[in-house]
Design a protein around this ligand. Structure first.
Ligand SMILES: Cc1cc2nc3c(=O)[nH]c(=O)nc-3n(C[C@H](O)[C@H](O)[C@H](O)COP(=O)(O)O)c2cc1C
Length: 383
């Protein structure tokens, strides 16, 4: 063998799993249970599932002979339930409510889904057992994101629409190509810079631009990245599903207070109602531009991202709100939709120097929206 136990665990920890609590009743009719990541479906006909308890588990032998078990799939909010069932000893059910499933095994309240089984066969496999159960009954429980376990840490699933934003650079580049002629026209007409951004990984990336800010020494460049975190990026998020919104809101950080989150969420609905977001204040814009255009080839991307992150945290949570009275609108952002209603690009008009878009706001918004809907149409997208 060219590896030890630590390496084995480390490498296998790179496979993410969901988390389930397998429960059953002991000989006295008392509930027992353990957290497992080794749950899997096995066969459809007959309907079989499996999980793999460690030989050292003290819970599994308690309900092994009952002949049945219930698999409770945990949601992202149930990390504490998982911790309880991953610990040894104590009354794991003390602060939990549950009901007996058809087999009698405990069905925990609030789980994502449950699968009630009769034990079909138990195989020995090294220091574990492979327990195969025949499904008696199953159902979906509370709708939520699943709890995910990866490299010894808990996390949650990033929704499909976030994944679409993050993965499909080809679609985004094609969209940018389609958008460019509209951007050129708009830029000439408004005598302003027009840019298109897409979400790539953790960032909003500038994928196309037209025109330049005559009064600004530091023009924006294609490829420039800004961390995709609140309060920035509302035009990407306002039309997204709940899970995608939640993923973005989580980037506020765990120490963000409830009020900040509330204002950010309100801003999202204002952006959605108005059909556009703004950016205001010249000072923040020029500070951000300085960070983004630092002329240092050795500068690594993480450092720039960290600096931008600190700048973003200085912004008020309603920074992009279209309803906050201001005479200093610097940027207007509107969404471009791809098929399925996913925002694939955001088109923005930006002015620098002494100029503000406030006076021309309604007209500029109308022009920008019609350019964005022309691109949406070209992409066969829909809002
Ligand atoms: C995310 C996660 C996944 C786990 N997966 C398994 C598993 O598949 N099999 C297993 O035997 N233990 C697994 N454990 C550990 C058990 O939950 C835990 O060691 C065991 O229940 C300890 O208590 P017991 O003696 O009451 O069984 C896992 C723990 C966590 C946190």
């Amino acid at each position: 063998m060219t590896f030890d136990g630590a390496k084995f665990r480390q490498v296998l920890g790179h496979f993410p799993t969901g988390v389930a609590v397998v429960t059953g009743l002991d000989a006295d009719g008392q509930p027992a249970g353990m957290a497992v990541g080794s749950f899997s479906s096995v066969s459809m006909d007959p309907p079989l599932v499996a999980f793999m308890p460690d030989r050292s588990s003290t819970s599994w032998p308690r309900f092994r002979d009952s002949g049945s078990f219930c698999v409770n799939i945990l949601g992202a909010e149930q990390e504490s339930v998982c911790r309880t069932f991953a610990s040894r000893g104590g009354d794991k059910f003390a602060s939990l409510s549950w009901q007996p499933a058809g087999s009698g095994a405990p069905l925990l309240d609030g789980v994502l889904a449950w699968i009630d089984c009769d034990t079909e066969v138990v195989h020995e496999a090294g220091d574990h057992f492979i327990v195969i159960g025949r499904v008696r009954d199953l159902d979906i429980g509370t709708p939520a994101l699943p709890l995910v376990f990866f490299q010894s840490g808990y996390g949650r699933f990033s929704s499909l629409s976030l994944a679409a934003w993050e993965s499909d650079l080809a679609v985004q580049m094609r969209s940018a190509d389609l958008a460019r002629p509209h951007m050129e026209t708009l830029s000439d007409e408004l005598d302003a810079e027009c840019v298109a951004s897409a979400v790539v990984g953790e960032d909003m990336v500038l994928v196309a631009r037209a025109g330049s800010l005559r009064s600004q020494r530091l023009p924006s460049a294609v490829g420039q990245r800004i961390p995709f975190e609140p309060p920035l990026g509302t035009a990407f998020v306002a039309w997204a599903n709940e899970a995608a919104k939640e993923a973005w809101l989580r980037r506020l950080g765990s120490d963000a207070d409830a009020q900040t989150r509330e204002v950010v969420e309100r801003t999202l609905s204002e952006v959605r109602d108005a059909g556009y977001a703004i950016g205001r204040g010249a000072r923040w814009h020029s500070e951000a531009a300085q960070v983004l255009t630092q002329d240092d080839p050795d500068r690594d991307r993480d450092k720039t991202a960290a600096q931008m992150h600190r700048l973003i945290q200085l912004l008020p949570p309603d920074y992009e709100s279209p309803t906050v009275p201001t005479d200093d609108v610097r940027t207007i952002n509107v969404p471009v939709f791809g098929p399925g209603g996913v925002v694939v690009l955001v088109l923005s008009v930006t002015v620098g120097g002494q100029r503000s878009l406030t006076a021309d706001l309604p007209w500029t918004v109308t022009r920008l929206k019609s350019a964005a809907s022309a691109v949406t149409k070209a992409l066969e997208g829909s809002a």
